[in-house]
Design a protein around this ligand. Structure first.
Ligand SMILES: [Zn+2]
Length: 695
């Protein structure tokens, strides 16, 4: 703004700019201005234009401004206007400035003498900056120690985070999360990282470090612990939530591996690792970044974070500890890339408060608010405003009930118990006295809100006076199911509020990522948590913040990176992948089942029964073929007949003895049927031959 104003005559220049000018100097300058104008108007105009072209910022220099705006300043300073009209009534352009600038140069032929001592200090300060900003100088470059980093999930995808840190003899894991399937994985509820590499290094693992309690950071813990167990280190909320999962999976006894930690206290894990948890703000309580120190140096893993300067609980991110490590020297930073495309700083969790207040102050009927059940601070704020406007709170949905319960049990939030009512008590209150906090903001088919929307919830029927508040964003891929649920809710007559100001992200945008990079000032940088385009963008931000391009690597799952004070390089690739889980029974679904389901869903199935006489290896009846999902019912018979003919023709013409080898025969049958169907339908259905031996 200041720079723009300097070009406008009417604006008043700050006093300090005009003050150093003495009256005599001003007079002289004014005379010079006039003289110069009379003598060399044309020449100067040309010169001014040239100067202007060369130095577009000329008019922004303080020296020029002083004279340019003197008319205004004179009055302010109590000086007499000099009456010379130096600007010749012209609008304030650059020309007079440059004229005067040139005259001034003429007048002051000798350059200002340089103070050699000051110059020395400029050099010394430059050296100090160099030392301060280059992390290279802070590391022990003689150390031969190194650390290896391997993501087994969370890179090239959102979710399923699990990161292995290894020295020669020991290893720790940071987070063991799950992710969600896409729509092609029929009947799969969650995905768990493949533990193949962990089985390989099982004896090296000395502990698991947990950054925070989101599902994509702890969701796979019970599946890992059913197979192998290690000490678990974390703050109380993540441990409480993992404990809950252990209970659900009937492995309560594994709670004995819990090692609760205190933030800012360094914990020794095994012989090789020293870990400090540093408080972070995020969309779940009690989140942390971790500083992992080994002989090779300190590596900082941010976990998920945003920089919230006004968090609901007042516990701001521990920027001081990050800066402390930055000052000491950090070998490598691994930082959250989720929002790396967003240039606008992520808002504070408190920023949703005005919208919530507005909603509750106006709502006439029941309010049903849905958000991520883990976002306890959002739920807390919703409850606060509900209570403020005289509502009782009914919490519906298993994960929502459980999370609020844990947060209250462990004193993360405090509410008077009498504000809560059960679902079957709602009828006792008028609509204006009811707030329902529920799950289902992503339109999940088994969530409470979805069931309410289709009229299948046991206690809650949607009314036309209801206001549904979706205080969340759509996780990519869920847009369709959310839209479907909105259709149901609106068909039932309810109003829906889902404006931008009732949700705020939990992840750092570019500006916060920059702050992290500048505080930690790492030598090497590994952007993590995100698909390729997210980490790619974060690399750009890293380079803007002084990390050389050669010191940044973009990892994908399974790539092992070796980091030493002198270098960082990729050393090998380990096996990764996903294990499919059916949530109904918490069991694994084998890969081939999911592949079969995909085939069934997209291409249908062909079944055939062939009867063979065991004594003479001859067909005893015409083959029978049945298909599903390939042709419409009315063509079913004709199509089956056609296939039966193909199969019969094949069987009548095969070599003697082939029919006895049922496995080979099945393969042959699959092939000819596949060929035939592909030629006709361009489909590859699942083909199931049955050979019945009769005698
Ligand atoms: Zn998170």
């Amino acid at each position: 703004m200041a720079e723009e104003n300097q070009g406008t005559q009417q604006k008043v220049v700050p006093q300090k700019e005009a003050a150093p000018q003495t009256q005599a100097k001003q007079d002289t300058q004014a005379k010079q201005d006039t003289q110069a104008k009379q003598d060399t108007q044309v020449k100067q105009e040309t010169q001014a234009k040239q100067d202007n072209n060369r130095k577009p910022n000329n008019n922004r220099r303080p020296n020029n401004n002083a004279s340019q705006q003197r008319n205004t300043n004179d009055k302010q300073n109590g000086n007499k206007p000099n009456g010379n009209k130096p600007n010749n009534n012209k609008p304030n352009t650059n020309k007079p400035n440059n004229n005067r600038n040139k005259n001034k140069n003429r007048h002051r032929r000798q350059p200002t003498p340089v103070d050699e001592n000051l110059k020395k200090f400029v050099a010394k300060n430059q050296e100090a900056h160099k030392q301060r900003l280059n992390p290279h100088f802070k590391l022990d470059l003689n150390s031969k120690a190194k650390i290896r980093v391997t993501p087994l999930g969370g890179l090239g995808e959102i979710g399923g985070n699990i990161m292995v840190f290894e020295t020669e003899k020991e290893a720790i894991l940071v987070d063991v999360g799950m992710s969600f399937p896409d729509e092609t994985m029929h009947g799969v509820d969650i995905l768990v990282p493949d533990f193949a590499y962990l089985r390989e290094i099982k004896d090296k693992i000395v502990g698991i470090v947990i950054t925070h309690a989101h599902e994509d950071h702890i969701g796979a813990m019970p599946y890992l612990y059913k197979e192998m167990q290690f000490p678990i280190y974390g703050t109380p909320l993540p441990l409480a939530m993992i404990g809950n999962k252990f209970d659900e999976h009937h492995i309560k006894e594994h709670r004995k591996y819990f090692n609760p930690i205190v933030k800012r206290e360094i914990v020794k894990i095994g012989n090789d690792f020293e870990v400090e948890w540093m408080h972070m703000t995020h969309s779940i309580l009690d989140s942390s970044s971790v500083a992992i120190t080994t002989e090779a140096g300190t590596v900082i893993h941010t976990g998920d974070f945003k920089i919230d300067y006004t968090p609901v609980d007042g516990y701001t991110a521990d920027l001081h500890r990050l800066a402390h490590y930055g000052e000491k020297g950090v070998l490598c930073l691994l930082s959250d890339s989720t929002n790396s495309h967003n240039p606008i700083a992520t808002g504070s969790e408190l920023s949703v408060a005005p919208a919530l207040d507005r909603i509750f102050s106006k709502a006439e009927g029941r309010v049903l608010l849905s958000t991520f059940s883990s976002n306890i601070h959002r739920v807390q704020q919703a409850i606060q405003y509900g209570v403020k406007y005289g509502r009782k709170v009914c919490v519906i949905g298993r994960s929502m009930e459980r999370n609020i319960e844990i947060a209250m049990q462990y004193d993360y939030i405090k509410f008077n118990k009498n504000i809560f009512i059960d679902a079957d008590e709602i009828g006792r209150y008028s609509d204006k006295e009811v707030l329902i906090v529920t799950t289902g903001s992503q339109g999940e088919a088994n969530s409470a809100l979805f069931r309410m929307s289709i009229g299948e919830h046991r206690h809650i029927k949607i009314k036309p006076t209801d206001l549904i508040v979706l205080s969340s964003r759509a996780i990519p891929g869920n847009e369709g199911s959310i839209s479907g649920m909105l259709n149901h809710l609106q068909r039932a007559g309810a109003s829906v509020a889902m404006s931008k100001d009732i949700h705020v992200s939990g992840h750092a945008s570019m500006e916060e990522q920059k702050l992290m990079l500048r505080l930690v000032n790492p030598k090497f940088f590994l952007p993590i948590h995100g698909e390729y385009n997210h980490v790619m963008k974060h690399r750009e931000t890293g380079m803007m913040c002084g990390v050389p391009e050669r010191n940044i690597l973009l990892m994908t799952d399974g790539e092992q990176i070796e980091i030493a004070p002198k270098y960082m390089r990729k050393v090998k690739t380990v096996k990764t992948g996903k294990t499919y889980i059916d949530n109904q029974n918490n069991h694994q679904i084998e890969d081939d089942i999911v592949l079969d389901r995909q085939k069934l869903a997209s291409d249908g199935v062909v079944m055939m029964v062939i009867q063979v006489d065991g004594s003479n290896s001859k067909m005893t009846a015409k083959p029978k073929v049945t298909t599903f999902g390939i042709v419409p019912d009315k063509q079913d018979k004709a199509f089956a007949k056609e296939m039966e003919d193909v199969v019969e023709h094949f069987l009548l013409h095969i070599k003697d003895g082939t029919i006895d080898n049922t496995r080979a025969l099945e393969n042959d049958l699959r092939q000819i049927v596949r060929k035939h169907i592909y030629r006709k339908m361009k489909k590859y259905p699942l083909i199931v031959p049955h050979i019945l031996l009769v005698s």
